[in-house]
Design a protein around this ligand. Structure first.
Ligand code: TYM
Length: 342
């Protein structure tokens, strides 16, 4: 079966962008693919963070995966740092990564600007190499992510090809490797809608965990009254009626898209239903759709969190399954790169 991997950083709370751009799209894939969903804790230390928050956020994120419908009888769910091959492969890959590729990364530029030079650790720069390890270790075919990860996926593909070229091919065959390639070259799976959920307070910037105002995002665990309040206060415009895809109305397009994905309707149905509405009426149906969709997730989340020993056990099992596959790839890479093995 073809393989799928993806992950979310355990930083702050999981918001609607993470859900619509990534987690929600993982669920149907579990039935037809071998799926690996991890909590990327090693990525979460690339910006200044609170140590007491990290382990809490790691469990929280795992519980949210399960509450959203990730099923551990089908998918391997685990914590990135529990499978040591991720960090180990990263070192090997970093030797094959031109520094210029990393300097070009938009997220690196944005994040380093935000935290200021003195807080930019080396790991913020080399972060995409770790992400490439996450993906290449499992010989993944597809990686379901939001649009902001596209550039990292492109780098992953280029790196896979470069390593295949440098250490694969004939040289690799002579060492006993099967076929020519060390790594499969993965493809991103970016959803047609929801790949870039925008802020509630500015339709031109992305909904993000790091935005200072919590009003700018809906968190998956926001209580009903908080959701209602955020939608009540969110930015709108003064055009008549509601419509998709008008570049002068980014907020309108974003809110209609959220409504569409939360209510499970098609774009055409929503366009028709909402074209004559005013903001007051629309905000009420949007609030209801959000609460109806998120409430059952919140109930399941509470249940899962009430037994953290069980959750930890599931994560341990997931890590064991993942490590088998990851270690096999890692061994091949060591061998292909000419290391003396024990
Ligand atoms: P992270 O934790 O920033 O985001 C997790 C997922 O959510 C998507 N996303 C969004 N989608 C739509 N609209 C938004 N406003 C929005 N904000 C975030 C992201 O695209 C992502 O899919 N580097 C990754 C984590 C990672 C990873 C991996 C992913 C590490 N290793 C291997 C896939 C495979 C990140 O920081 O995502």
């Amino acid at each position: 079966r073809k393989r799928i991997v993806s992950g979310v950083q355990p930083t702050g709370t999981i918001h609607l962008g993470n859900y619509l751009g990534a987690i929600k799209n993982w669920i149907p894939l579990q039935n037809t693919y071998d799926t690996f969903f991890f909590i990327v804790d090693l990525h979460a230390i690339t910006l200044p963070y609170e140590t007491q928050q990290l382990f809490k956020a790691t469990r929280d994120t795992a519980a949210i995966y399960l509450a959203c419908g990730v099923d551990t009888s089908k998918a391997s769910v685990f914590v990135q740092s529990h499978v040591r091959a991720h960090s180990e492969l990263m070192w090997l890959l970093s030797s094959a990564t031109p520094i210029g590729w990393l300097n070009k990364m938009i997220q690196f530029k944005e994040k380093s600007r935000k935290v200021g030079d003195e807080n930019v650790g080396v790991a913020l720069l080399t972060y995409p190499v770790l992400m490439a390890s996450d993906i290449l270790l499992y010989q993944s075919d597809f990686v379901p992510v939001g649009e902001d990860q596209k550039q990292h996926l492109e780098l992953t593909r280029e790196l896979a090809e470069r390593v295949n070229y440098l250490y694969g091919g004939r040289k690799w065959k002579k060492l006993g490797g099967r076929g020519g390639a060390i790594f499969k070259v993965p493809e991103p799976l970016i959803p047609p809608e929801g790949a870039r959920v925008m802020s509630l307070t500015d339709g031109c910037s992305k909904m993000s965990k790091s935005a200072s105002s919590d009003q700018s995002r809906i968190n998956l665990l926001d209580p009903k009254d908080v959701i209602a309040n955020k939608i009540k206060r969110c930015k709108t415009d003064s055009f008549p009626g509601l419509e998709f895809d008008n570049p002068e109305r980014p907020e309108c397009n974003n809110l209609l898209t959220i409504y569409q994905l939360m209510s499970g309707r098609t774009k055409e149905e929503v366009a028709q239903e909402c074209q004559g509405m005013n903001w007051g009426v629309f905000k009420r149906i949007l609030t209801d759709a959000l609460i109806d969709h998120l409430h059952p997730i919140q109930v399941r989340y509470e249940e899962i969190m009430s037994d953290s020993a069980y959750l930890d056990r599931l994560l341990a099992e997931g890590a064991t399954k993942a490590a088998d596959i990851a270690d096999a790839t890692l061994n091949n890479v060591y061998q292909a790169m000419g290391f003396l093995r024990r």
